[in-house]
Design a protein around this ligand. Structure first.
Ligand SMILES: NC(=O)C1=CN([C@@H]2O[C@H](COP(=O)(O)OP(=O)(O)OC[C@H]3O[C@@H](n4cnc5c(N)ncnc54)[C@H](O)[C@@H]3O)[C@@H](O)[C@H]2O)C=CC1
Ligand SMILES: O=C(O)C1=N[C@H](C(=O)O)C[C@H](O)C1
Length: 270
């Protein structure tokens, strides 16, 4: 039998982190080396020979955690949200210096959510109008959700590739926020409500018809198969991978030129 993957969870006292730590404990091919939270030292990662760190912390904490992980050659599987181009730039810079290290940023670990993004990208070129509505529990720190932002970006890319014009919208007066956040030309609306976990609808419309793609995570167990898939695959995926779909569908992620020339390590396929 091969040695178990040595995995630490960051944010282990949180809603997601506590589930992830249990999922790692329960996985026969993994060993939980550390369950760290806010007050704990990241030096534990190196002291315990951790191979993969799972980050489920907070947008304010994730970048510092990743800087430590990458500099120490610890692969990372990241569910924490709040990613911007500037943040990706920093991460790519650290990875360029540690080309054997892999980082997966997964806006959503739910298989159904990954499929929602895939289906939405596929549908995007056929509809003049599209809006995204995400619905979450009221303790969520960021809005819109990372999943909704990523979904909107994928839709916008597909619209651009298809040469679609801007969406029709005659709004000329509005209360602030009434038309949602503009993510790359796609309106994204965020609902926060007790009783919810994580939900998203992508609404498409054209002459005489609409299409709604909806995904619901009823509990955080829904994210665990995706977390474990990320942990199993990241050790052989150097560089930056954005989106679990690359592991789920065995796809090579597209990379900016600076990465595809090997500066941050190019990836094997599946
Ligand atoms: N990609 C995905 O599928 C999912 C991603 N998320 C994201 O994961 C993140 C965490 O979500 P929840 O578990 O709901 O939040 P939470 O607030 O329940 O848990 C976060 C935990 O991180 C800890 N923490 C904060 N700073 C830390 C640091 N520097 N080092 C170690 N631990 C630290 C907090 O003390 C807390 O225990 C959020 O960004 C959320 O959007 C949540 C669900 C699914
Ligand atoms: O905070 C959450 O709960 C979730 N966060 C992720 C996001 O922002 O997309 C994933 C999922 O929606 C749950």
């Amino acid at each position: 039998m091969t040695n178990p993957i040595r995995v630490a969870v960051l944010g282990a006292q949180g809603r997601m982190g506590s589930e992830a730590a249990q999922a790692v404990r329960d996985a026969e091919d993994m060993e939980l080396t550390a369950a760290l939270d806010r007050e704990d030292s990241l030096d534990t990662l190196t002291a315990t020979d951790t191979e993969v760190a799972v980050d489920l912390t907070h947008p304010d904490a994730v970048l510092g955690n990743l800087e430590f992980c990458v500099r120490h050659g610890v692969h990372a599987v990241v569910g924490t949200t709040g990613w911007t181009e500037e943040r990706f730039g920093k991460l790519r810079g650290w990875l360029a210096e540690k080309p054997a290290t892999g980082v997966l940023i997964a806006p959503n670990f739910g298989i159904g959510a990954v499929l929602t993004m895939r289906f939405a990208r596929e549908a995007a070129r056929f509809f003049e109008s599209v809006e995204v509505v995400e619905l979450h529990h009221p303790r969520k720190a960021d809005a819109p959700s990372g999943t909704a932002a990523r979904t909107a970006q994928l839709i916008a890319e597909a619209r651009r590739e298809a040469g679609l014009a801007a969406q029709p919208d005659a709004t000329s007066t509005q209360l602030d926020g009434a038309r949602g956040a503009d993510v790359d030309g796609v309106p994204v609306h965020a609902v926060r409500m007790r009783g919810l976990v994580a939900h998203q609808e992508v609404l498409f419309g054209d002459e005489g018809e609409t299409l709604t793609i909806r995904h619901d995570s009823m509990n955080r167990g829904s994210f665990m198969p995706g977390v474990l898939l990320g942990v199993r695959r990241i050790g052989t995926a150097p560089g930056l991978t954005v989106g679990l779909e690359h592991f789920l569908f065995n796809e090579e992620p597209s990379r900016p030129a600076a990465e595809s020339d090997g500066a941050a390590g190019t990836r094997r396929g599946g």
